[in-house]
Write a protein that binds this ligand. Structure first.
Ligand code: NAP
Length: 288
């Protein structure tokens, strides 16, 4: 790809960004769509975030993804933030609309799209158990509630985080939302009643790839769907446990790709080629 004066530039802002597979995913999509666009990693130190964003604005960059550690800190630097990222408290996508920087969050929507299209389940009116109440869980919980989940039971080893997320989401949506203690009988009961169990903890990825966020004895049912946000390794202990119980299990690669696909559509107004982006992400991650 040759970058010229007319090439439209988007990218990703983070610190560090070298590990991100978003450049490969998006550039493969631009090539497939025949668009003269280029996606570039912009490594910006937290102390330089304002200067960095001013620079991108001055350069006329058309949009960018935002990753760790800037997803919350970026909010006061933007001109407008849409409703869901405000509720989530994090922005992962910015569009430059004629000089105005508008913030979006596509993580939650990418999760719900992956649930629908990769796991084959619509969370509307479903009972969900959400393991973890950190950054990713916030986007997941808000989007599940926005989509009309019947109930969301949230657990985190840090009980206050689960209580706070449950109270926050519960105050804005009609879903029945509660927090449950990790390892409790109430959590086991919620799991045995769940249509969908979501892992938004790092339990199952390096260095905890041999750990599982729920006990083998928890009543996971064959009818449940387990959605693990982890995609490396592609099959976690939790996913193995689900399969042993006869339940369907999917990893977080679809979510990663679909949040990127939604960002691409926000910037370009084109439908994103999800399969092309998935293939590029797998190649970049070395996943078969
Ligand atoms: P995070 O902010 O650190 O949140 C993880 C939360 O889980 C923390 O509150 C942590 O508590 C809690 N936790 C740890 N062990 C637990 C256990 N056994 N039971 C219940 N809660 C537990 O991390 P994050 O950014 O939300 O990421 C979470 C996971 O999602 C990571 O594996 C990440 O790679 C993945 N992710 C995937 C995608 C995707 O597109 N597929 C996107 C974002 C994130 P402590 O802080 O007290 O340990």
């Amino acid at each position: 790809m040759i970058v010229s004066g007319s090439t439209k530039i988007v990218g990703i802002v983070g610190y560090p960004v070298a590990h991100s597979v978003s450049p490969q995913m998006h550039n493969a999509a631009f090539e497939h769509l025949g668009l003269d666009w280029e996606y570039i990693p912009f490594e910006i130190h937290p102390e330089d975030l304002k200067k960095g964003i001013d620079g991108l604005r001055a350069e006329g960059v058309l949009g960018f993804n935002v990753t760790i550690p800037h997803k919350e800190a970026i909010i006061p630097l933007l001109d407008e933030v849409t409703k869901l990222p405000r509720l989530i408290g994090a922005v992962n996508t910015v569009k430059n609309e004629n000089g105005k920087l508008v913030g979006y969050n596509t993580d939650g929507a990418g999760f719900v799209d992956s649930l629908k299209f990769d796991a084959g389940v619509d969370p509307k009116e479903k009972n969900v158990v959400l393991l973890g109440a950190g950054g990713a869980a916030k986007a997941v919980a808000v989007m599940l509630a926005e989509t009309g989940a019947a109930s969301i039971s949230i657990t985190d080893i840090d009980e206050k985080k689960a209580d706070d997320l449950s109270a926050h989401v519960g105050s804005h949506f009609n879903s029945k939302i509660c927090s449950l203690k990790t390892g409790s009988a109430d959590l086991a009961a919620a799991i045995s009643n769940a249509d969908i169990v979501v892992n938004a903890t790092p339990i199952g990825m390096h260095p905890k790839e041999n750990e599982c966020p729920i006990a083998e004895s928890s009543g996971l049912r064959a009818e449940s769907i387990v959605f693990d946000l982890i995609y490396n390794p592609p099959e976690t202990k939790l996913m193995k446990l689900a399969k042993e119980k006869g339940a369907k299990a999917v990893n977080g690669l679809g979510m990663l790709v679909r949040q990127g696909a939604i960002s691409l559509s926000i910037w370009t107004d084109h439908d994103a080629p999800v399969d092309v982006m998935l293939k590029a992400a797998k190649e970049a991650l070395g996943i078969k």
